[in-house]
Design a protein around this ligand. Structure first.
Ligand code: NAP
Length: 440
C-alpha cells in the first residue's frame, strides 16, 4: 500500500469528475492509498461533495465496486477554495512527504494558485504539482506562464501533463524500437521513404465550441500530441528510458523551421462545411459564425538531425473526417511497403509485405492514461511529462504557422464534413509523388 497526499484543485470540474477521480479510484484498487483534499469554488460540505462525486462515479467508472468505492471515498474531504481569496489557502496543509497538488483548473489561474500556495508554504521541495494543458497559446504566452510558475516551483517539482503521453500505445512508438532492435534498424533513414502521422476524428466540435474556437486544430492537436508522437517515433531506439525526455527535446529542437516559401507550399489549413447531415463548423454551438479557426491542418516537415536526413514527415489532423483514426505509417523505399502502427480505434501493428498482403498483430492498449500518469507522479518519474524546453521547442516551430495564417499567407480551405480534408492536403503528397495511406 503506497500512501500519498493529493490536493485536487478544480475538483468539481468536468475533467476532475470524469477522468481524475476515476483514475485515482482505479489506482487505489492496485495499491495506492491517496488521502485526497478536493478543492473548488463551490461552497459545499464534504458530504455534499461526496454525493455529487458518487453520482458521477457511477456514470464514469465501469464495474464500480461499492465496497472499494466506500473505502476510497472515506479518504476524501472537501475544502471550498477561491483563488481570489488568499485566506482560503490557510486551510490547506500538508506534512506528507509525498504531496501532489493537481491543477485541474483553467491555466489562467495557474500563476495565482502557485503564488497563494507558496504563501502558505505549499511549495516546499517535497511538493509536486501537476499542470493540465494548454500551457499558453503561442511561444511567448507559454514562456510567460512558465516564468510565473517558476517563481515558486522548481522544474523538478513540475509535471506538465499531456494525457497522450500516458497512453502505452503512444509510448510504444519508442518502446517498440527500443525493445526490438531489428525494428530500429528498419525504421531508419536508410530504409524509409517518408513517415505519415494522422490524427483523424469523425466528431465535430460537439459541445466544446467555446473552448475550441480560440484554439483550432494546430494548437489543440498538432503542437502538443502530434509533435510528441513524432518525437517518440524518432528518438534513437537505444536511448536509456530515463533519458527519453532529453532525447525528445533534441528531436523537437531539430524541427526544420518553416520559411515564407515552405509556409505556403507545405502547410494546408481547412474548415469543415455542412455535409452528410452534419452542420458546418461556423454553425456549431458557441462558435463565431465568421470564425477563421482551422478544424484541419496538414503539413510536411523535416528534421535537421543526422539520423533523419532526407526523410520527410507528413502530419494531418482534422475534425469531421471520413474515419476516426490515430496512426503512424512508416513507408519504406522498397519492399516491405509499410509498417503501420495504429493507436486508435484499436492498437495494432501491421507490416505490409510486397505481394503477400499484411502481417497484423493486435496489441493491448492497457491501463488508462490518467491512472498511469498519476502513478508516475507518485513515483516521481518525470519522463512521460513535458519539460518546459519541450513545450517551447514545439511552439517555436508552430508560431510562424500561426503568424502566417494571421497574415493570410495561405487561405482557409473548405472541406465537406465526412471527407478527408481539402484537396490541397492530397496535393501536398501528390507533388512529391506520394499519397496518404488511409488504412482503417
Ligand atoms: P471546468 O469544468 O470549467 O472546471 C473548472 C474548475 O475550476 C471547477 O472545479 C471550478 O470550481 C474551479 N474554479 C473556477 N474558478 C475558480 C476560482 N476562482 N477559484 C477556485 N476554483 C475555481 O474545467 P475542466 O473542463 O475540468 O478543465 C480543467 C482544466 O483541465 C483546464 O485547464 C482544461 O484546459 C484542462 N483539460 C480539460 C479537459 C477536459 O476534458 N475537460 C481535457 C484536457 C485538459 P466551481 O465549479 O466550484 O466553481
Amino acid at each position: 500500500m503506497q500512501e500519498c497526499r493529493f490536493i485536487l484543485l478544480g475538483a468539481t470540474g468536468d475533467l476532475a469528475l470524469r477522468k481524475i477521480f476515476p483514475a485515482l479510484y482505479r489506482a487505489s484498487l492496485s495499491g495506492l492509498k491517496p488521502n485526497i483534499t478536493a478543492c473548488a469554488r463551490s461552497p459545499l460540505s464534504t458530504p455534499e461533495f461526496l454525493d455529487k462525486l458518487s453520482t458521477k462515479a457511477k456514470e464514469y467508472i465501469k464495474d464500480l465496486d461499492p465496497k472499494a468505492w466506500a473505502d476510497f471515498a472515506a479518504n476524501i474531504s472537501y475544502t471550498p477554495l477561491d483563488f481570489n481569496k488568499p485566506e482560503d489557502f490557510k486551510a490547506l496543509k500538508s506534512t506528507h512527504p509525498n504531496t501532489i497538488i493537481y491543477f485541474s483548473i483553467a491555466p489562467a489561474f495557474f500563476a495565482k494558485a502557485c503564488q497563494k500556495l507558496a504563501a502558505v508554504g505549499l511549495n516546499a521541495p517535497n511538493i509536486k504539482i501537476v499542470l493540465e494543458k494548454p500551457l499558453g497559446t503561442n511561444l511567448q504566452s507559454c514562456k510567460d506562464i512558465c516564468a510565473q510558475i517558476g517563481k515558486h516551483f522548481k522544474e523538478e517539482q513540475i509535471y506538465r501533463i499531456d494525457h497522450y503521453l500516458g497512453k502505452q500505445s503512444v509510448q510504444n512508438l519508442f518502446y517498440l524500437r527500443h525493445n526490438n532492435p531489428f525494428l530500429a534498424g528498419l525504421l531508419s533513414a536508410h530504409y524509409l521513404d517518408h513517415v505519415q502521422i494522422s490524427v483523424l476524428e469523425t466528431l465535430g466540435v460537439e459541445s466544446r465550441g467555446g473552448f475550441y474556437d480560440p484554439m483550432g486544430a494546430l494548437r489543440d492537436m498538432l503542437q502538443n500530441h502530434m509533435l510528441a508522437m513524432l518525437a517518440l517515433s524518432t528518438i534513437p531506439a537505444n536511448t536509456p528510458t530515463e533519458h527519453t525526455r532529453q532525447a525528445k527535446l533534441e528531436m523537437l529542437r531539430s524541427l526544420k523551421p518553416l520559411n515564407q516559401e515552405s509556409l505556403k507550399s507545405q502547410v494546408v489549413r481547412g474548415q469543415y462545411m455542412a455535409g452528410g447531415g452534419f452542420k458546418g463548423y461556423t454553425e456549431e454551438e458557441q462558435v463565431n459564425p465568421h470564425s477563421q479557426t482551422e478544424t484541419f491542418v496538414a503539413l510536411k516537415l523535416e528534421l535537421e538531425h543526422q539520423n533523419w536526413q532526407g526523410v520527410p514527415f507528413y502530419l494531418r489532423t482534422g475534425k469531421r473526417m471520413g474515419a476516426s483514426l490515430v496512426q503512424v505509417v512508416f513507408v519504406f523505399k522498397g519492399p516491405p511497403q509499410a509498417l503501420v502502427y495504429t493507436i486508435q480505434p484499436q492498437c495494432s501493428l501491421e507490416l505490409q509485405l510486397q505481394g503477400m498482403g499484411a502481417l497484423k498483430s493486435t496489441l493491448d492498449s492497457g491501463m488508462d492514461a490518467y491512472e498511469r500518469l498519476i502513478l508516475e507522479v507518485v513515483a516521481g518519474n518525470q519522463s512521460p511529462f513535458n519539460h518546459q524546453d519541450e513545450l517551447e521547442a514545439a511552439w517555436r516551430f508552430v508560431d510562424p504557422i500561426l503568424q502566417s495564417w494571421q497574415e493570410n499567407l495561405t487561405p482557409l480551405l473548405p472541406y465537406a464534413a465526412g471527407s478527408f480534408g481539402p484537396k490541397a492536403a492530397f496535393d501536398l503528397l501528390k507533388q512529391d509523388n506520394r499519397e496518404w495511406f488511409v488504412h482503417v
